[in-house]
Write a protein of this length. Structure first.
Length: 403
């Protein structure tokens, strides 16, 4: 049955929506450049794949560490101040790459990424739920997917820029790039954005107190489907970040491309499909229930990763690329569905959901270990299991929507 159509964004919130959506590019860049740094540090510092996975692990540890403090900060001071504080941390962490390049200390690079991760936690804890509130509940998932498509633009731009700056066309010359350069540029842009957001006014969204049938206040943890949403988002983060982290390793070890070519393939192939998936998915979900869309896409990712595990050559490579299109709508859709009906618990619930990117620390470590022991193809069993959890969550939401 076709959904009743609602405006994507309420008229009075169009300007705040545009301003907040611009932020999604910034953290898309920060996430995607990690996938190129992973391979760069393997070559520059002569470390194993499991060791290089500490890049993702450290940055996403920032999410786990800072999610609840970010939620408390935003609850007390509002969305705008949460955004500004997050941008400041992001900018400081980026500029720390300048001394890091001089020291060539892996641990210092990791600390810089941890600071960036803390900043991104504030940004995402504020921006994601704020976008879901700028219109009808029925279009929340579609609205967040549209905003997150600009995250995809940052994901495309980051590997493209990093591959040019960090890798040469001569595979015998490894680790010759200046890793501080892209981070310096982004740090300056982010700090300028912090100044802009410190001057603008974002209307805060007020929620009514949520009560049960007896008139008693309902606690956040009484919402079992929210708890399932936290688990599903954690599983998704394990899958997505694991695949991104070892895309270049997988492609180069199969002998299909050089490191630089694989970086460009990640940008123009996988991440372009990811962005397209977000845009198309947002349009589809303005007409089809979000939970149904999530279930269909979860089936696609489960089958795609299974084909990679089976090591079927070009078929597996095609399946790997298709996985980017299928997974594109998952984070914003799970996020929006998990917040559905939480009322005044929304800000606090968002902080718990933003702890789930710690899956980006767990997944690459597991996949890196599996790749070192069993080979790259077999290691894709890690994202396969994660996508199976997302599929179960999607099917559960479909079942609840039919009651």
């Amino acid at each position: 049955m076709e959904k009743t159509k609602f405006a994507l964004v309420d008229k009075q919130y169009k300007v705040p929506f545009v301003l907040i959506t611009s932020l999604f590019f910034l953290w898309g860049f920060a996430h995607a450049i990690l996938d190129v740094l992973n391979k760069h540090f393997q070559e520059l510092l002569d470390i194993t794949r499991a060791h290089s996975a500490m890049i993702q692990a450290t940055m996403y540890l920032g999410y786990f560490t800072m999610a609840i403090p970010a939620g408390l900060f935003i609850t007390k001071y509002g969305y705008r101040k949460g955004v500004v504080f997050g941008l400041i941390l992001y900018g400081i962490g980026s500029l720390m790459f300048i001394p890091g390049q001089q020291m060539l200390s892996f641990n210092f690079f990791l600390f810089s990424l941890f600071v960036i991760g803390c900043g991104l936690t504030f940004l995402e804890t504020a921006a994601n739920p704020y976008v879901t509130e700028l219109g009808a509940r029925e279009t929340a998932a579609s609205r967040l997917n549209f905003a997150q498509s600009f995250n995809g633009l940052g994901c495309i731009f980051a590997p493209l820029l990093a591959s040019v700056l960090l890798f040469t066309s001569d595979e015998t010359q490894t680790g010759s790039g200046n890793v501080a350069l892209p981070y310096t540029v982004m740090g300056i842009i982010v700090l300028i954005a912090a100044v802009v957001f410190s001057k603008v006014k974002l209307p805060d969204i007020q929620h009514e107190e949520e009560v049960d049938d007896q008139g008693k206040r309902k606690g956040l943890w009484s919402h079992k489907i929210f708890i399932f949403g936290v688990i599903a988002l954690f599983a998704y983060e394990i899958s997505e970040i694991s695949i991104n982290s070892f895309f270049i390793n997988y492609v180069t070890e199969q002998g299909w491309m050089t490191t630089r070519q694989a970086s460009l393939a990640l940008s123009f192939g996988g991440l372009s499909l990811f962005m397209a998936g977000r845009i198309i998915g947002s349009w589809i979900m303005s007409r089809v229930a979000a939970e149904k869309m999530l279930s269909v896409c979860a089936v696609g990712t489960v089958l795609s990763t299974l084909l990679v595990v089976l090591d079927l050559g070009a078929v597996s490579f095609g399946a790997l690329l298709s996985c980017y299109a299928f997974e594109a709508i998952m984070f914003p859709t799970i996020f929006a569905l998990a917040l559905r009906g939480l009322g005044n618990h929304t800000k606090r619930a968002s902080s718990f959901l933003m702890m789930t990117p710690v899956g980006g620390a767990v997944g690459p470590l597991l996949m890196g270990w599996a790749a070192d022991v069993y080979g790259m193809s077999v290691s894709f069993i890690v994202p396969f299991v994660g996508y199976c959890v997302v599929l179960l969550y999607g099917l559960k939401q479909v079942k609840l929507s039919q009651k």
